[in-house]
Structure formats: C-alpha cells, structure tokens
Write a protein that binds this ligand. Structure first.
Ligand code: HEM
Length: 215
C-alpha cells in the first residue's frame, strides 16, 4: 500500500508501511529520551529513571536511544523533506491561523498532504535533532574535547536542554493534534489509511489531487 493512493474500498492510503515504521521508531525512541532526559534534568524528576532500570542504566542507554532517534529522523527526512517545502498556501495558512483555531474551515486555505503547521513540526524536529546530536556527542565523550575547545562543552550543556525543551513544545502540540483534535489521524499512523471524508476535511487540496488522478 503506497502513500497517497486511493484504495479499492474508496479509503485513501495516507502513510505507507515504511513511513509508519520510521515514525514509530522515532516516536518510541523520543519517549524514552524524553523521560530519561527529564530524569537527568531535575532531581525532582529523577524518579523517572527508576522506571527504566535506574540512573546508571538510563545514563548508559540514553545516548544510544538518541542515535536511534536521530537515524529515524534522518529516514523521515528522506521520506518527507521534498513534501515539506513552504508554499504560498502555507503562508496563507499562517495568516488564517485564527480561523483554523476556531474551526472556520471555509476561511482556511486548502491544505495539501501536509499543512503549514505539520511542516513546521517536521523542520523543528529535524533541526532540533541535529543540535541534540551535536551537543549530545560532546556530552557523551567529554574527555575527547581538548581543554582549548572547552567553550564547545559549555555550549553543549546549554544547547542540549534548550533544543530538548523546544522539541517538548512541538511534541505536546503534535500528540494533542494527532490524538484528540483530528479524529482519524492516529488510525492513519497505525493502519495507514483514512476515510475520504477525513481527507476532504483536513487536506482538501490533497484529496482533490488524488480524485483527479487516474486510479
Ligand atoms: C509518541 C507519540 C506520537 C504520536 C502519538 C504521534 C502521532 C502522529 C499522528 C497521528 C500522525 C499523523 C498526522 C496526520 O497525518 O494528520 C503523525 C505524523 C507525524 N509525526 Fe508523529 N506522533 C508521535 C511522535 C512523533 C515524534 C517524536 C516525531 C518526531 C520526529 C513525530 C513526527 C511526525 C511527523 C513529521 C509527522 C508527519 C507530519 C505531521 O502530521 O505532523 N511524531 N504523528
């Protein structure tokens, strides 16, 4: 089942199996990173580490999970980057944001496969992933950084939590939108398909394009 295909029963394939597997590897590794990272961040949250085998085990596995997450985000880049460029419709989407928030759909420019907000989420995770990787590598192997380059170590101590906090903001909005706000979204990321009504409501330009294409 390839993405953006109309299925024989009239439903539409939104995410291919490959897209879903990559997404959930990113999602599960991110959750692990989030919970263990919060445990390292504040003594008030250290109890979270006990859920994952204690502080030592979490500290050992956190960087490896970080590599899994960054590799998954790299695969996401390969799958979706060419569909995430900002278009004129996205700029109009941001101007129409108050209408979007009030569910005044007729005032919102018709979104293609991804709307302006989803694109910001994608690039936000991508760039934060790069900063988390670079700062994380320095924090992983501090003795490899010579004393003359110690400012990179100081910078890493700041950049790592700042990038993580930015992703937490994105993550909360993303999970809220994907689970509570847009009914049917989560199904698409689990089973791959959406109803024609869902596609018409949330991504009308994508729906129209698919209906015009021969199938
Ligand atoms: C673990 C909790 C997560 C849940 C419940 C979740 C849920 C979803 C759902 C339901 C969709 C489909 C949205 C649609 O097509 O309308 C989606 C898409 C997507 N997810 Fe997640 N996700 C999670 C974690 C993540 C993480 C950690 C990332 C960061 C790499 C991520 C990145 C994306 C991207 C880039 C898309 C496609 C664009 C978009 O819909 O925003 N997701 N997710």
């Amino acid at each position: 089942m390839s993405a953006s295909a109309v299925l024989p029963d009239g439903r539409i394939c939104r995410y291919s199996l490959r897209e879903r597997v990559v997404h959930w590897i990113a999602g599960i590794s991110y959750l692990y990173l989030l919970l263990t990272g919060l445990a390292f961040w504040s003594p008030w949250l250290f109890w979270l580490a006990t859920l994952f085998g204690g502080g030592t085990v979490s500290r050992e596995l956190h960087p490896w999970a970080g590599l899994v997450f960054v590799i998954a985000v790299g695969f996401m880049y390969g799958l979706w980057a060419n569909q995430m460029h900002t278009t004129q419709t996205d700029r109009e989407f941001w101007r129409a944001l108050p209408h979007y928030v009030r569910n005044e759909d007729e005032e919102v420019p018709p979104a293609d496969r991804f709307n302006g907000g989803q694109k910001v989420l994608f690039w936000g995770f991508f760039w934060c992933g790069i900063f988390l990787l670079l700062s994380g590598l320095i924090l992983w192997f501090p003795p490899l950084i010579p004393w003359s380059l110690r400012y990179f170590r100081y910078a890493a101590v700041i950049i790592h939590p700042v990038a993580a906090l930015l992703t937490i903001g994105l993550f909360i909005i993303h999970v809220y939108m994907g689970t509570a706000l847009e009914r049917g979204s989560c199904h698409s990321m689990v089973r791959g398909d959406v109803s024609a009504g869902w596609a018409r409501k949330f991504h009308p330009a994508w729906y129209d394009r698919l209906m015009r294409a021969p199938h």
